[in-house]
Design a protein around this ligand. Structure first.
Ligand code: HEC
Length: 156
């Protein structure tokens, strides 16, 4: 787990380094990949949120699988998804990523770590019944919102 946490930290800080690196993909491709990443995170979270809110029946296996998938996603090296030149000022209509991300990478990293930690706890709780799942999902959801509030624009 320590290794995963480290790779997440490095991923966030590496975005600065990425500025000097070579990117084969166009800025639009980077924004597409970033949005696809968060689409997957949101997809798994929807299952868990549905269970937590009683909209779908709790199922220990399905909950554990979704929690595990979010863990896997949270463990990806995301620096390349945050390549410079891919904010909503650079690519209007293609992304909601605010320029604040590139002005405050340490802040983004902090939000990312809070998210990661909540996902670790979610994985411990997901298979242990609805009463254990509910607060863990709520905590993860809070970390999504905290990052979106600062770094994601409401509209394209
Ligand atoms: C560290 C910051 C951060 C965290 C944590 C985070 N997000 Fe996001 N999210 C973003 C940013 C930035 C975007 C905008 C991406 C873009 O438009 O390029 C985004 C976009 C999205 C999108 C829209 C994707 C699209 O198709 O445009 C969804 C859905 C989403 N996030 C869900 C979640 C959920 C659910 C969580 C928590 C389980 C979460 N995010 C956690 C930063 C974060």
């Amino acid at each position: 787990m320590r290794k995963l946490i480290l790779s997440t930290v490095i991923a966030a800080t590496a975005a600065t380094t990425a500025a000097t690196g070579a990117f084969a993909q166009s800025p639009s491709d980077v924004a597409k990949a970033r949005r696809a990443f968060y689409t997957l995170v949101g997809f798994e979270m929807a299952t868990l949120g549905g269970m937590a809110q009683g909209k779908i029946d709790y199922d220990a296996e399905a909950a554990s699988q979704s929690a595990g998938d979010i863990m896997t996603l949270a463990s990806l090296h995301t620096a390349d998804y945050f390549a410079p030149g891919t904010s909503n000022e650079d690519l209007p209509g293609e992304t909601r990523a605010k320029p604040a991300i590139w002005e405050d990478m340490a802040g983004v990293q902090e939000k990312g770590m809070a998210f990661y930690q909540a996902v670790v706890e979610l994985n411990e709780a997901a298979g242990n019944g609805l009463d254990a799942l509910r607060p863990a999902v709520g905590k993860v959801g809070g970390t999504c919102k905290a990052c979106h509030d600062d770094y994601r624009a409401a509209d394209f």
